[in-house]
Design a protein around this ligand. Structure first.
Ligand code: ADP
Ligand code: MG
Length: 523
């Protein structure tokens, strides 16, 4: 049996790990780095670049360099998240044929799953070089708060990359597996994961060989990039005041500003003050203009403290759902690069009333947990029981645009619930069902996963036919729907057409357009 790897497909950085002789190891890429930037670019001469190579040329080729694509995957083009992202990124986001968001890089259009696939394939390649043979299977992580569409798109990315995704697991759950490796104490732990683009909080109960998620919550649109954006806005405002030039219309200047903002932010995790120095950032009739300014840790904190508070509000909601108070949480574990910010660590420590645990590497735990899960799935002896939950309530739109919940958030998966549908008119032949995920009582405010029509209902008086529809959420957090006419016992096969996922034909087309050798590149 071949190797099964664990991949943390991050918004900002990706990481791959494997279990060898019972020990999990993070696999470094050819450049010796344990994480690889989740970036993809098409260079001016048409070459495709992945990872560090893409990152290195991001400033000079900003309009054709994709980053942060995980913020867009599985979202509708018209969604608020896509609109907000489009304001900030230098590459062009366009409407796809499924109303999805796609990227235009050097004249060519890429779907988000395609870009995720390019990164997955790069991680697969890194692993293959290490083990010296082809790797075909993986466990891939996603933010716990990803909805069904975002998970489907991640699965599609695996297909495009030629990688069978044995299981999709939630990032904080993976981190918990990694923390629990080699421990047998009974503990309640909180995993606070703030990466580049997403925030997740999960509360878990750990025991001997059993990892049970009690509740999870999050924000798929809160991360380090929001901190960077605050600094960029601050620097740009400063430059307007001092030089009278607004840099927002100059994509390359904005990319340099973003780069410098992120560096300054990271610097300020270790120092009280840092300098931002960007020569020749603009030109006007006075000649070249330079941006040179100091920024202090205090300034950074005043620019970003509300982002931290926002994450803590989410933690509160998560604890309410788990029915535990801060004093019942034995350990708080920080995951994700943004948790290196001292202000954040202090705020989290105050909130939970205890210092966060320092024993895990925030960049590597998720991939290690994925590798441990991969090992557990392929091992003969099952000595790890992982019980995860669905992050969002699943339901349908009912009369008057209301949302009827069928499966509550934080229900342990896999789960199956059935519901009997009937007609509202005499001799009605079909019923349309809209499947949604979210927490609002108003159907339209939740995410539409798709809709389907139950057809061929035998003519009868209204309210008489009984069609049983089963909704199940599998261990990957992916929703499946099936239906049965109770009178005849006939099964109806149902395809839920989600607007923003790819059809099988599209996936096939993309696979054909992306032969493996077009993507594999050395770091
Ligand atoms: P992801 O899970 O999104 O791939 P990571 O966990 O790699 O992300 O975190 C990336 C984020 O962490 C970026 O926004 C980066 O700027 C931030 N980050 C990395 N190192 C530091 C640091 N020392 N101080 C503050 N933020 C940091
Ligand atoms: Mg991460």
């Amino acid at each position: 049996m071949g190797h099964v790897i664990g991949i943390d497909l991050g918004t900002t950085n990706s990481c791959v790990a494997i279990v060898e002789n019972g020990q999990p190891t993070v696999i470094p890429n050819a450049g010796g780095y344990k994480t690889t930037p989740s970036m993809f670019a098409v260079s001016q001469d048409g070459k495709r670049l992945v990872g560090h190579l893409a990152k290195r040329q991001a400033i000079t080729n900003c309009t054709s360099t994709a980053y942060g694509v995980k913020r867009l995957i599985g979202r509708r083009f018209d969604s608020e998240e896509v609109t907000k992202t489009a304001e900030f990124v230098p590459y062009e986001i366009i409407r796809g044929s499924n109303d999805d968001a796609r990227l235009q890089l050097a004249e060519k259009i890429f779907t988000c799953p395609e870009i995720a696939a390019i990164i997955l394939r790069e991680m697969k390649r890194v692993a293959q070089e290490y083990v010296g043979e082809p790797v075909e299977e993986a466990v891939v992580t996603v933010p716990a708060y990803f909805n069904d569409t975002q998970r489907q798109c991640t699965k599609d990315a695996g297909k495009i990359a030629g990688l069978e995704i044995l299981r999709i697991i939630n990032e904080p759950t993976a981190a918990a597996l990694s923390y629990g490796f080699g421990r047998s104490d009974e503990e309640t732990i909180a995993i606070y994961d703030l990466g580049g683009g997403t925030f997740d909080i999960s509360i878990l109960s750990m025991g001997d060989g059993v990892v049970e998620v009690l509740s999870t919550n999050g924000n798929t649109f809160l991360g380090g990039e929001d901190f960077d954006r605050r600094i960029v806005d601050h620097l740009n405002a400063w430059f307007v005041d001092n030089d009278g030039i607004d840099l927002r219309n100059d994509a390359m200047a904005m990319q340099r500003l973003k780069d410098a903002a992120e560096k300054a932010k990271c610097d300020l995790s270790a120092r009280d003050v840092t300098e931002i120095n960007l020569p020749f950032i603009a030109t006007d009739e006075r000649g070249p203009r330079h941006l040179n300014v100091e920024i202090t840790r205090d300034t950074l904190e005043s620019l970003c403290h509300d982002l931290v508070s926002q994450s803590l509000k989410t933690c509160e909601a998560c604890m309410r759902d788990a029915k535990v108070g801060p004093d019942q949480i034995d350990r708080v574990i920080l995951v994700g690069g943004q948790t290196r910010m001292p202000f954040l660590q202090t705020a989290v420590a105050e909130f939970f009333g205890k210092r966060p645990h320092k024993g895990v590497n925030p960049d590597e735990v998720v991939a290690i947990g994925a590798a441990l899960q991969a090992e557990a799935l392929t091992a003969d002896e099952k000595d790890l029981l992982l019980l995860d939950v669905t992050p969002l309530s699943l339901g349908i739109a009912t009369f008057g645009g209301r949302f009827a919940t069928l499966i509550e958030r934080n229900t342990t998966v896999p789960v199956r619930r059935s519901h009997v549908f009937t007609t509202t008119r005499d001799d009605q032949r079909d019923v349309k069902v809209r499947v949604l995920q979210g927490e609002s009582e108003v159907a339209a405010e939740n995410d539409l996963l798709g809709e389907f029509v139950l057809s061929g209902i035998k003519p009868a008086s209204k309210g008489e036919p009984e069609i049983e529809v089963s909704f199940d959420i599998d261990a990957n957090g992916i929703v499946n729907v099936s239906a049965r006419d109770k009178a005849t016992g006939l099964e109806q096969s149902i395809t839920v057409n989600a607007a923003s996922t790819l059809s099988d034909e599209e996936i096939q087309r993309i696979i054909e357009e992306n032969p493996p050798d077009a993507i594999a590149l050395k770091v």
